[in-house]
Design a binder for this molecule. Structure first.
Ligand code: NAD
Length: 300
């Protein structure tokens, strides 16, 4: 809509994700017809967290829509850690399962890191296993975390060659900030990771040709934090109250109205990074399936 996002190009995550899913479906049909291989993704959900239930449902639907096999394992909230580890062990050994995703958060009585570390690194389509974290940082072939991969694909949709760009990432989590930094190093960016203890955060952010916000604080990044013409990727998903009503809405970590007047390109929330995450999960599952059979695949 003209005027609503200033002069900035709107980076349409829904459209980019739909194109990626199309390429995935083509790769899946090729794997089936040439190799008799149907990539399979197992999703494990423990407990009844409503947001997690929505994610798991969407993952299953999109997995099937791409022509892949979807296996869902729903366990009740009281499931013991030993039983969960036992299930993961069985999935590790199941030749029809090429990707395993354990939906986070897990209930408090379960040690999440221990569970994630028990997933076979070759099936770790979330890219959270220390083996894949290590491979990403040394530049070896790795399964790469989905949301960071989505951020990189979106940034490259606005500027295909990021070589030499000053990238500033706000947030240093293991699931977003740190892996995004590694991916942008691979793209030859000069990378700064800012976080809750960074001094003069606005000044640091203003250095960025590519600014990635992954904090979890509604509309924290203001228009005057953005260098004119910068690419802004907003990972935040925050639900806030709508003033003067009993409704709520989703906003990102970036003040979109302000930032879009300054940025060269910007992702909206919703409809930016969010749709990319599941598409990247499917991509990782296809790659894991091909690798399990020793099939060389072109980059999807
Ligand atoms: P996290 O809580 O694990 O990490 C937040 C990071 O922000 C920390 O590293 C912290 O140092 C930094 N931080 C906190 N307060 C700050 C401040 N005042 N100034 C600067 N830095 C500050 O969060 P996360 O898991 O990385 O997620 C971040 C956001 O991204 C959340 O809104 C989350 O919902 C969203 N998210 C979206 C997707 C998706 O789109 N699919 C996936 C994962 C996370």
């Amino acid at each position: 809509m003209a005027g609503e996002h200033g002069d900035a190009q709107l980076i349409d995550g829904k459209a980019v994700a739909a194109e990626l899913r199309e390429r995935i479906a083509t790769a899946v049909s090729e794997l089936k017809s040439s190799h008799g291989l149907a990539p399979g993704l197992a999703v494990v959900l423990v407990g009844e967290d409503p947001a997690s239930q929505v994610y798991v449902r969407n993952k299953a639907r999109q997995t099937s829509a791409a022509g892949m096999q979807s296996f869902e394992h729903r366990l009740d909230a009281q499931t013991s850690q030993a039983d969960l580890l036992d299930l993961i062990n069985r999935l590790n050994g199941d030749p029809n399962v090429h990707g395993i995703l354990v939906q986070l958060p897990l209930p408090a009585h379960i040690n999440s890191q221990l569970v994630l570390n028990s997933v076979d690194p070759a099936k770790d389509v979330d890219g959270f296993h220390p083996v894949n974290v290590g491979r990403l940082s040394t530049g070896e072939a790795a399964l790469v975390p989905c949301t960071p991969l989505g951020c990189t694909i979106l940034a490259k949709s606005a500027q295909p060659d990021l070589t030499g760009a000053e990238a500033v990432i706000i947030g240093r989590s293991n699931i977003v900030g740190k892996p995004v930094a590694q991916l942008l190093l691979r793209e030859n960016c000069t990378v700064t990771i800012a976080h809750s203890r960074t001094r003069n955060l606005a000044d640091v952010a203003r250095r960025a040709d590519l600014l990635i916000a992954a904090v979890g604080r509604p509309e924290m990044v203001k228009g005057d934090w953005v260098k004119p013409g910068a690419i802004v990727i907003d990972v935040g998903i925050n639900r806030i109250d709508v003033d003067g009503s009993d409704r709520t809405k989703l906003v990102g970590d970036v003040d979109f109205a302000e930032a879009s007047r300054v940025a060269g390109a910007i992702t909206p929330v919703p409809g930016g990074v969010g749709p990319m995450t599941i598409a990247c999960l499917l991509r990782n599952t296809v790659q894991a399936a091909a690798a399990a059979r020793g099939i060389a695949m072109p980059e999807i």
